[in-house]
Design a protein around this ligand. Structure first.
Ligand code: ADP
Ligand code: MG
Length: 274
């Protein structure tokens, strides 16, 4: 439940972002125009999500009743100690891991009962993911890496769009390079281009700056926030970086497979991040 103060902070941020980019809030997925009229449907709606795995030593309870709502267009940081279940929760939201019980609503779909084929289509159409270790295909050039998901989605102009997206992350001069010929920062920018190119409603990032030095990481973060602001993309961002977390609208702290606290970001901090 949001307080009027939080709404005020959001409104201020949206106004700031809109003037910066000229685009935020214009997409149908954005909440800026709908919040005052009706309670918006959350883009992510996790209710009492459990995930239990069998291991040699018996059952492991990785997620132990996660409740989380994220509204369309929100940018939420996920923080917490190593092993607390952050990545697993993200995989559940992405439809890459199945919850053992509970409800997993993403972009108006309930993932728990979906077939594998339906989940694959859901991921293709709705979710972009960026990992700490880039996960590019080493035998494909930068432009091929970005174009593949577009081709899979049946887009005829996949390579033109891939090139445009690589230009948008400052890599127009590296399209024919293979991942092994690129620096870590460049590889992560290719990964960002790949994740954003299909214009997903939801961008998931799991410690995207974890393998980068400070300045390179900052450049990647700027791109991540800029691209998501332009498209009104909902952002769920796992990070150990307090500065990065503070740039989000909200910080969710995970511990031992549960949400411990949700902290609204300070208005000044949120505005500075726009
Ligand atoms: P975080 O991202 O917060 O570091 P993870 O979600 O990666 O945490 O992992 C949460 C816990 O689940 C850890 O204790 C980890 O060892 C365990 N875990 C993750 N994946 C598996 C798996 N496939 N089999 C068994 N245990 C796992
Ligand atoms: Mg992790």
């Amino acid at each position: 439940m949001r307080t009027s103060d939080e709404n005020g902070a959001d409104t201020a941020r949206n106004a700031g972002s809109a003037s910066n980019t000229g685009m935020r809030g214009t997409t149908s997925g954005g909440f800026a125009g709908t919040r005052s009229a009706t309670q918006p449907t959350p883009l992510i709606d996790l209710a009492d999500v459990h995930l239990t795995l069998e291991s040699g030593a018996g059952q492991v309870n990785i997620l132990r009743g996660i409740d989380l709502r994220v509204e369309a267009g929100e940018r939420v940081a996920v923080v917490g100690p190593s092993g607390s279940g952050k990545s697993t929760m993200m995989m559940v939201v992405a439809g890459l891991e199945r919850a053992t019980s509970g409800r997993v609503g993403v972009a108006g779909r309930e993932l728990t009962g979906m077939s594998e084929d339906a989940l694959a289509r859901f991921r293709r159409d709705t979710v972009g993911i960026v990992f700490q270790s880039f996960h590019l295909i080493p035998t494909m050039t930068a432009i091929e890496n970005v174009a593949i998901p577009l081709e899979l989605a049946g887009q005829r102009d996949a390579f033109d769009r891939a090139r445009a997206q690589l230009e948008a992350v400052g890599l127009g001069h590296r399209v024919k390079h293979y991942p092994g010929q690129l620096s870590g920062g460049e590889q992560q920018r290719v990964a960002l281009a790949r994740a954003f190119a299909p214009e997903p409603a939801l961008l998931l990032a799991d410690e995207p700056t974890g393998n980068l030095d400070g300045r390179t990481g900052e450049a990647v973060v700027e791109l991540l926030f800029d691209l998501s602001a332009r498209r009104g993309t909902t952002l769920l961002l796992i990070t150990h970086d307090d500065g990065l977390a503070a740039r989000c609208d909200r910080i969710v702290r995970i511990g031992d497979g549960r949400v411990l606290v949700e902290t609204p970001a300070l208005p000044e901090t949120a505005a500075a991040g726009g």
